[in-house]
Design a protein around this ligand. Sequence first.
Ligand code: ZN
Length: 463
Amino acid sequence: MRRQLLAVVLCLPFAAYPQRTPKQVEVKVQKTSLTREQEAAIGKEAAAQVEREMEIVRNPEIEGWLNQIGQRLAKTPQANAYPYYFKLVNEPSINAFALPGGPMYVHAGLLQAADSEGEVAGVLAHEMSHVALRHGAAQIGKQQTWGALFGLAGAAVGAITTGENGECGWLCQIGQTGAGIGGNSVLMKFSRGFERDADLNGARMMASAGYDPMQLPRFFEKLETKLGSAAEPKGLALWLSSHPATGSRVQYVADDIKFYPKGSYTADTGRFPRIKQVVASLPAPQMKPAKLVLAKEGAAPRRNLPAGFKDYQANGFAVAYPGSWRIGQGDGGGSLYLVPQGGAVRGQNGVELLAGAMVDYYAPAGSVQLDASTREFLTSMQKGDANLRAETSERVNVGGKPGLKTRMTTRTSLQQEPDQVIYLYTVARAAGLWYVALAAQPSRLGDFEPVFGQMIGTVQFPD
Ligand SMILES: [Zn+2]
């Protein structure tokens, strides 16, 4: 009896100070000044911009598969009930990103780099976790204007930057870096804390959906080992740098899994090998006009431009223009304007060109053919402008390509001299009918015509 009592007494101090059991790391949904409706609106605008610049793969088999995995993850409590949807973009680089409110885009290159459906699910779960935990919204809320974050798309929400003439509110300076949303700017860079939270929330999401959560950190670390190697997949460095980890992803996810309810992870559609084959057989991606007009990154400067001219090298063409002119796009992107001071005004339906140049691509109904597509383009312009008269087109050479030059006349909203002469140059390109419209009032043609001629002389195409 006595001995037993002693044992109880001796045990008491231990019972009073229980061993501290490790606690599961807490993952928080970030506070943000944005409402869910605002997040959805931002995501929708950004998604529209992405789809203007990148080619979405319209393949029911791939889309169906991607959404099957995605919706399985979206139903878990960790997904925080956002209306996610998933699309594949025809880009060979490694990338995947989810926009505020739920739109998510996966590059074909990422599917090529993955070895299992679980690895793809891991990337989806990680990116969806940035949305679910409101990381983008928190970051945007801090920046006041989300436009600042999305570069060019910023023009869509009004005045982001004001140029010397205060013009840039609507005709916004492109600059030489050409920040397109489909490019790097969409890769929001999150803090290491947000990254760890996205890993942990993503792993929990994986487990809830029936996928082995270890596939998430293992895929990230597998990709890291390819960094700097000769066979480094395109875009890998950029993607990994936008998802920096603190310490070992595998380690902290493994620590987290100890707290998960026991279960076996059996989710798998079994279709991944087939999907990889379909992805491998996709045609080469076509750059869309919205991307072709954006400045090309890392373009080497061109020599032998006319004196005092500035150069603009876009993804789809290059053109030089007088140094005193401004270059920009209207609200929400679109056509490129190269104008002298006062050469463009905000019209009822966007930007009105008074004098200077406008460059863009026209998308014909069928295939692109110089003569037929130019005629179709002229007809469509005349439908929208009753004053527009076009003379017979003449054959010219633009940047070493066969082109057409069409002289047109119309009227502008300019009070003093509404008459306008436009020289329209068109060239058939894979993405559409490339054109530059060079415009001036008849009284100023004497000054403008030589400049127009010099500009046309600087046009080049990359292929
Ligand atoms: Zn991330």
